[in-house]
Ligand binder design. Structure first.
Ligand code: BV8
Ligand code: ZN
Length: 234
């Protein structure tokens, strides 16, 4: 059974990482659409850098939750038949034990050099424009995919969707493309589709099944059911 899981901010909500479009949709006082763009970065690089510096620093204070750990258990059971694609830029999937995670919107703990295109691990701030470890230029930006930029690993993701038997979307509002369109690609490929989310997403009608509740409860229960279903083929 080939499974593709897409996660969004909702899977990290119970870890204390705020989502984008709950409450009043503000993140550290900003609308993500106003800050997560190349134009915003060119206009006000310090504001954008600090927006990510704050989020990068906040990672030290949060822990993976039961949903992240359940997906790691599923990865151990399914091996290469499971692909976790995340829109999240936190490292909670990895800290929860998952080993193969595609960060289609990039990662907070990486920096991208605008001079030499190097992508380097980065845990500190970038708003003081430190030199690139590769070329020395002070052109490091967050290695994050902004609106209008091309998401990472799209070929691998499309390939996985085309051969999926099951597509499960966890904790995403379905507001951002191309991720919001993955359920349609999976459906065209004949996959079963399941939405696990606190409330119906914008694309909930595309899913054959939807369960609403907190990821910390829904995901472990779903993983246990799937492992039981696959574990003893009746
Ligand atoms: C691209 C940066 C071309 C990192 C982000 C007009 C129409 C359609 C599309 C467009 C359009 N105009 C422009 C576009 C394209 C645009 C887009 O989709 N815009 C939207 C706003 C309309 N997309 C792009 O520009 C993308 N690039 O299209 O390039 C291309 C396309 C295909 C192939 C090649 C090239 C780039 C998009 C990436 C933007 N970067 N983030 C960062 O700062 O984080 S997006 C940002 O939103 C975050 O990354 C986040 O991951 C993403 C989606 O948000 P969610 O994860 O869903 O979070 P949200 O808060 O919205 O929802 C949380 C959900 O969880 C809620 O439903 C809630 O109910 C639930 N929840 C809450 N608590 C819990 C819970 N669920 C379970 N348990 C809980 N406890
Ligand atoms: Zn460089």
């Amino acid at each position: 059974m080939k499974v593709v899981v897409l996660t969004g901010a909702g899977i990290s909500a119970e870890s204390g990482v705020p989502t984008f479009r709950d409450s009043d949709g503000l993140w550290e006082g900003h609308h993500v659409e106003d800050v997560a763009t190349p134009e915003a970065y060119d206009l006000q690089p310090g504001v954008v850098q600090r927006f990510y510096d704050d989020r990068r620093a906040a990672l030290a204070g949060v822990e993976p939750n039961a949903a992240h750990r359940a997906l790691a258990r599923l990865e151990e059971f399914l091996g290469d038949d499971l692909l976790i694609v995340t829109q999240n830029i936190d490292d909670l999937h990895e800290r929860g034990g998952a080993t193969r995670v595609l960060h289609m919107h990039g990662e907070l703990l990486k920096a991208l050099c605008r001079a030499c295109q190097a992508r380097v691990p980065w845990t500190g701030p970038l708003s003081d424009f430190p030199p690139c470890p590769g070329c020395g230029a002070t052109e490091l930006r967050p290695d994050v995919v902004w609106f209008g930029e091309v998401p990472y690993e799209m070929e691998r993701i499309v390939e996985a969707l085309e051969s999926a038997d099951l597509f499960v979307s966890i904790g995403t509002s379905g507001a951002v493309y191309p991720a919001a369109g993955f359920v349609q690609a999976a459906t065209r490929a004949g996959a079963r589709t399941l939405e696990l989310n606190l409330m119906p997403s914008e694309g909930t009608h595309w899913f054959r099944e939807a369960r609403h509740g907190r990821a910390g409860e829904l995901v472990p229960a779903w993983v246990d059911d799937l492992i039981a279903e696959l574990g003893n083929p009746s």
